[in-house]
Design a protein around this ligand. Structure first.
Ligand SMILES: C[S@@+](CC[C@H](N)C(=O)[O-])C[C@H]1O[C@@H](n2cnc3c(N)ncnc32)[C@H](O)[C@@H]1O
Length: 250
């Protein structure tokens, strides 16, 4: 997969793209990243990328011409047709199913806005607008990094085991079960005996039950589509009942 990012703050990306799993993914050739400075396509001595909003009002708006020139030039860098993404709080909220969809594309070009956002005409360049969540940040760079991280870890060969993502939160319809590592006993808190038993069938059953419990406690909205057995559904309903009696806390 090839990912091109267009931003007026390209320097923000390198520490993240060069570190840990993203850095390794790049070294292995599972994904290639290129970060482009939008100002390279801006005109004038000051290479200005923003201007006052027509109609008046607060703040600045990002000009269309640099984005059009940048997307055309960056698209031409590779034969593969890219999916062009605008990071935008008004876009489709990022979740694991959108991550999986985008992870299957050969090429992404990600546009990062700043200020009051981009001139409306920039949207004609874009295949999909993606939001990191229902809150407003100062720029699209952090949301872009979230998206890049999430799609990169799904590329073949990036994680040590392809099965690592299969039982993760959201991937299998449930939140993940609790995880423990050594020591087996710490400050009076003991690892559940079943995890030390070496009995894989029992461990699998315990994990599935705990995943259902955790999802019922924290994200009951996910249960409907989680494909629960009748027994699991009744277990989840008991937990939901207890939760209602107790009242909802933070
Ligand atoms: C301050 S925001 C502009 C918000 C815009 N005025 C609005 O009300 O929708 C500036 C830029 O940050 C990025 N941004 C801010 N919050 C975001 C979010 N939740 N998800 C994705 N991008 C976001 C977008 O690229 C946006 O163009």
């Amino acid at each position: 997969m090839r990912i091109d990012i267009i931003s007026i703050f390209p320097q923000i990306f390198e520490p993240t793209l060069g570190s840990s799993m993203l850095g390794i993914a790049r070294e292995k050739g599972a994904v290639s990243f290129a970060v482009h400075d939008l100002r390279d396509w801006a005109e004038g001595k000051h290479r200005t990328t923003d201007d006052y909003p027509f109609g008046g009002g607060y703040g600045m708006v990002m000009k269309p011409e640099p984005f059009f020139a940048a997307v055309e030039a960056v698209t031409a860098l590779d034969d593969a047709k890219p999916t062009v993404i605008l990071m935008c709080p008004q876009g489709r909220r990022l979740d694991q199913s959108l991550v999986e969809e985008l992870a299957g594309r050969e090429r992404l070009v990600i546009l990062c806005g700043r200020y009051e956002g981009v001139d409306e005409r920039v949207r004609t360049l874009v295949d999909i607008e993606v939001s990191a969540g229902d809150y407003v940040l100062t720029g699209g760079e952090l949301p872009a990094m979230i998206l890049v991280d999430a799609v990169t870890r799904l590329q073949p060969g990036v994680l040590a085991s392809e099965t690592a993502t299969q039982e993760e939160s959201f991937s299998w319809g449930l939140l993940e079960y609790p995880q423990y590592t050594r020591p087996a006993s710490f400050r009076g808190m003991d690892v559940p005996e079943v995890l030390l038993s070496g009995d894989h069938a029992r461990v699998d059953r315990w994990r599935r039950t705990e995943a259902v419990r955790r999802t019922a406690e924290r994200r009951p909205d996910l249960l409907e589509a989680a494909g629960l057995s009748a027994e699991e559904r009744s277990f989840a309903e008991d937990i939901l009942g207890a939760r209602e009696t107790k009242g909802d806390a933070l």
